[in-house]
Design a protein around this ligand. Structure first.
Ligand SMILES: Cc1cc2nc3c(=O)[nH]c(=O)nc-3n(C[C@H](O)[C@H](O)[C@H](O)COP(=O)(O)O)c2cc1C
Length: 355
């Protein structure tokens, strides 16, 4: 058995999956008499590691858009350089279940990028484990049924126990590489999500008329992305769509506006985008070849900038019109999240009397 003197676990979690996985790992280490500390990361978290090399460090985070969410990546960039200490990475993904078949999510760049950062900081990677917890992406599908959630969670607990024990016995586990070809194929989507997609998603949230302004969502938001503007909640670009606000709102007032999102994309694609295409057709600068990568990068950057500005302006207009009851009612009744099951792991397990 590898003699780890201390284990430190760091996690970020929107709806409780990554947190629960970290807790299972801690329970396993405590049952083996290895002291283990667990910490939820924030944008301010600073770490000072003890000067021992017999420590094991673990990072737990959900996968967002085939990558780790920015809050976790920033934390890894800020993390102190190591002296060859052992580290492992767990990314929780969107697990599903069809009849008896457990379906995995997709990691994309999440594991490899995090591992690269840690390697460059002189750490020794001993474990890379994806974990298919119940999918929490309730903006795009209803939460799974309670029974399915419990069955997925039980399976994941067994996986983490096995994973932890392998590491305690000095073995290395690199399950993340099993999906390498798929991960590689979806890298462009991970790139697009990181530079554009997540900002678009951030601007799809709103609080309906049932909101009592209790402030719980903005208080608990891990990236402080929710402010009150004109007595109504407003989501800034800092939002990581982690679903914490939606999953914990006591009034069930936070939704994804599907009709607004569809309307926004129709307008963007039918009117705004053609203007840009025509503009670039006419764009003629003597010293830049139209087929060159410089031209492509310039075009992409300008389009991205325009997208950011239009997205902010459209959300502001949306926010303004939400003060009118007829508009807010329309938005609410056309939000699929109003009809879908919500996802909150702890609440589900309590309901099912598993904790
Ligand atoms: C905005 C968003 C993006 C997501 N992207 C992915 C993804 O790329 N791949 C995947 O397998 N799961 C994805 N998921 C699902 C979550 O990673 C998964 O449910 C995770 O276990 C949630 O962990 P948490 O409860 O700790 O936040 C996404 C979820 C959200 C909300």
């Amino acid at each position: 058995m590898k003699a780890y003197e201390h284990i430190f676990l760091y996690y970020f979690s929107g709806t409780g999956n990554a947190k629960m996985a970290a807790e299972w790992f801690r329970n396993e280490s405590i049952s083996r008499n290895i002291p283990c500390e667990i910490e939820a990361i924030t944008e301010q978290t600073k770490v000072e590691l003890p000067a021992k090399d017999t420590i094991l460090l673990g990072f737990f985070s959900p996968t967002h858009g085939f990558n780790f969410p920015p809050i976790m990546l920033d934390f890894l960039f800020r993390f102190p350089r190591g002296k060859k200490a052992d580290v492992f990475i767990v990314n929780t993904r969107a697990g599903m279940k069809m009849h008896k078949l457990f379906l995995p999510g997709l990691s994309g760049a999440a594991q490899y990028f995090a591992a690269l950062i840690l390697l460059l900081k002189n750490y020794k990677i001993v474990g890379m484990q994806p974990l298919d917890m119940p999918s929490n992406w309730i903006s795009i599908h209803p939460a799974l049924r309670d029974k399915v959630i419990v069955s997925i969670v039980n399976r994941c607990e067994r996986i983490i126990k096995k994973f932890a024990n392998k590491l305690f016995f000095g073995k290395r586990v690199f399950k993340a590489f099993w999906s390498f070809p798929f991960d590689l194929a979806i890298l462009p989507i991970a790139f697009l999500y990181y530079f554009a997609g997540r900002f678009a998603l951030a601007k799809t949230f709103y609080a309906s008329n049932s909101c009592t302004n209790c402030g719980l969502c903005s208080k608990n938001c891990p990236v402080k992305a929710i402010e009150t503007i004109d007595s109504r909640m407003f989501w800034s670009y800092n939002c990581e769509s982690c679903m914490k606000c939606m999953s914990n709102c006591p009034e069930n007032a936070i939704h994804t506006s599907h009709s607004y999102s569809i309307g926004f994309w129709i307008v963007l694609m039918s009117f705004v985008s053609p203007i840009f295409v025509n503009y670039f057709e006419l764009w003629d600068i003597e010293f830049i070849e139209k087929s060159s990568s410089v031209f492509w990068i310039a075009e992409f950057s300008i389009e991205m900038l325009a997208f950011f500005i239009i997205n902010i302006m459209a959300y502001r207009i949306f926010h303004f019109f939400m003060r009118f009851r007829i508009v807010s009612k329309f938005m609410e009744y056309t939000s699929l999240t109003r009809y879908w099951r919500n996802y909150n792991l702890k609440k589900t397990l309590k309901r099912m009397q598993k904790i």
